[in-house]
Design a protein around this ligand. Structure first.
Ligand SMILES: N[C@@H](CCC(=O)N[C@@H](CS)C(=O)NCC(=O)O)C(=O)O
Length: 224
């Protein structure tokens, strides 16, 4: 089960509603044939031997032949570039030659460096605090920080349906997951109507619906 042996299909190690959802969603969008291991969260405690496979103990963990990856947005970009030509009409990634390439890269990095970063502090100190850990002020501070960091997305969405190039791309998957995570942390009251509409539209995509349903029985939020 936890072998690093190369396989002929890409394989993803996933936990419900975690960052590995980005990868699952991308594979569903692309129609990639994949293997999947769905694990309880956090796998570094709940799955024996997981840290032998992925020394970080985090999800996603992804293997495609000799390629081993741990960064969700990088894996989505890789999948979009490698598995695009499987009957899909529009490309999920942007190339350097496209005018919005810089904008595209910026949203890819914005999704984690700007949007999920403050959320992880809310998650750690409000939603899953360690025993005897009393840092609600930290959670409240990063809740406010998250709200402030939505401003650029709000401005950008004022005249667009998607983030880049008038089409759905991996940038929408990266940022869409960050917004989805915010709803799990009950931070959606910070969303402007534009951001809420954008997320609602993304969540209606059949590939998102299929991917998000996988592993629901292991929902870590339901166990609290
Ligand atoms: N930079 C990584 C972060 C991976 C990460 O921190 N994943 C979280 C779940 S969203 C995790 O595995 N947490 C459990 C742990 O740290 O033990 C990515 O974007 O994929």
């Amino acid at each position: 089960m936890l072998s690093k042996t190369p396989m002929n299909k890409p394989k993803l190690w996933h936990c419900y509603n975690s960052r590995s959802l980005r990868v699952l969603w991308t594979m569903e969008e692309l129609g990639v044939d994949y293997d999947l291991e769905v694990m309880p969260f956090p796998p570094r405690y709940m799955v024996q031997g997981y840290k032998t496979l992925n020394s970080l103990g985090t999800v996603p963990y992804f293997v495609d032949g000799e390629t081993h990856m741990t960064e969700s947005v990088a894996i989505c970009q890789y999948l979009g570039d490698k598995y695009q030509c499987q009957g899909n009409s529009s490309k999920l990634t942007l190339a350097l030659a496209e005018p919005e390439y810089g904008n595209y890269l910026n949203w890819l990095f914005h999704s984690d460096a700007t949007l999920t970063f403050p959320q992880t502090l809310v998650l750690r100190y409000r939603e899953f605090p360690a025993k005897d850990c009393h840092q609600m002020q930290t959670a409240d501070d990063y809740d406010a920080w998250f709200a402030a960091r939505l401003v650029r997305l709000h401005e950008h969405l004022s005249n667009r349906q998607y983030l880049c190039a008038n089409r759905f791309t991996v940038a929408d998957i990266a940022v869409g997951f960050a917004l989805h995570l915010a709803t799990l942390l009950k931070l959606e009251h910070h969303f402007s109507p534009q951001i809420l509409d954008y997320l609602t539209h993304l969540r209606q995509r059949p590939a998102f619906i299929r991917a998000q349903a996988i592993g629901r029985e292991l929902d870590p939020f339901a166990r609290r």
